[in-house]
Design a protein around this ligand. Structure first.
Ligand code: TYM
Length: 340
């Protein structure tokens, strides 16, 4: 008699959670450092991507602008190719478990830990007139975002490393008090481009809160992209060489070119050897326009279909909430609350 061998149970996919704030059009730094990895990971992992609108109110937002930017961000996530069937796409504020989990975790995090957060120091210097408690406890909300979904992996840029570490610390502390509640997540960083630098001050990260000439926005037109790169800071010698310490401006342009074309740094540097900075700037301009143009085209198509966008975010919130609720209920039960 032939023995029937049952098909191997499909291996459970690992879970991914990441997020982006809807505070302005994302930059090329957001795209290279985080968003394009999200697309690359969608088949291998069980992915949730969140528009972190609760995080964005730690600095003042104009209500109409916040609404517009939130919808645009969703259209952009679709435009970079994220399939809403494979990925759960949602607004953080539509899943109330985030705010609830944040309160619980607030009570398991120490002031001393929050005092060490460099982003709080930077942001409170930038917004000295509005140093609110949310800005201070921001990393706790973010820890909750990740832990609610039992995420194994969190694809982010290098500027989020400290937040991820505190998330792991909070999770480990909670698990040592109440065993087996949270999965301890790992960061996932791009090999190239996990820290795209400002075009004007290449020792600082590219950020949408800096003046316009410092960053390329994903929705910039070809003319604007060309102009911004033309004005990008390089240096006074003329050698094209990857040397972030001594040639931060040139090295940043080379890294962007590498990340966008997928070529190795050695190949890029040897192709450009003997050429001038103008040639490097033309090459990075062309590569940027080639990557961003199709995204912009799809973005416009999605923006013209508000009903579709609404169906995506409604369904996303339902799917996310179901998962988040499981973890929240478990954590609350372990703490000693009477189940609802
Ligand atoms: P946000 O909105 O500032 O940025 C979104 C993602 O883009 C990355 N990034 C960069 N990567 C490389 N070079 C740059 N210049 C650059 N600028 C931004 C960021 O590292 C990030 O991955 N706190 C998060 C949002 C968030 C989140 C989460 C992320 C909220 N909850 C849970 C992961 C998991 C933030 O403000 O990202």
């Amino acid at each position: 008699m032939t023995q029937i061998i049952p098909p191997a149970a499909p291996e459970k996919k690992q879970r991914i959670l990441s997020g982006i704030q809807p505070s302005g059009t994302p930059t090329l730094g957001n795209y290279i450092g985080a968003m394009r990895n999200w697309k690359l990971l969608e088949d291998q992992y069980d992915c949730l991507y969140m528009i972190a609108d609760l995080h964005s109110i730690t600095v003042r937002q104009e209500p109409a602008k916040l609404r517009a930017q939130s919808i645009q961000m969703l259209a952009l996530l679709l435009a970079i190719g994220l399939d809403p069937e494979k990925n759960v796409l949602f607004f953080q504020s539509h899943v109330p478990e985030h705010a609830e989990m944040s309160w619980l975790l607030n009570c398991y995090t120490y002031m001393g830990e929050m005092n060490r957060m460099t982003q709080f120091k930077d942001k409170s210097a930038k917004h000295a007139d509005n140093i609110n408690c949310g800005l201070f406890t921001y990393p706790i909300l973010m820890a909750g975002d990740i832990l609610l979904y039992q995420a194994n992996l969190v694809p982010v840029g290098h500027d989020q490393t400290q937040h991820l570490e505190i998330c792991r610390d909070i999770a480990a502390r909670f698990n040592s008090l109440y065993p087996n509640v949270f999965t301890i997540p790992e960061g996932y960083y791009s090999k190239v481009g996990a820290r795209v630098m400002s075009l004007q001050e290449p020792t600082r990260k590219m950020s949408k809160s800096d003046p316009e000439d410092c960053y390329i926005a994903i929705l910039d037109t070809p003319d604007v992209i060309r102009r911004k790169y033309r004005r990008a800071v390089t240096d006074s010698d003329s050698e094209i060489r990857f040397d972030p310490e001594n040639k931060p401006g040139v090295s940043n342009l080379l890294s962007i070119l590498c990340a966008l074309t997928g070529s190795s740094m050695d190949d890029i540097v040897s192709t450009l050897s003997g050429k001038g900075y103008g040639d490097l700037k033309n090459a990075v301009t062309d590569a940027t326009i080639e990557v961003l143009s199709p995204i912009q085209e799809r973005f416009n198509q999605y923006m013209a279909d508000k009903a579709y966008l609404e169906s995506v975010y409604r369904q996303g919130a339902e799917r996310a909430s179901r998962l988040a609720n499981r973890t929240l209920s478990k954590a609350m039960k372990k703490i000693g609350f009477i189940p609802r």
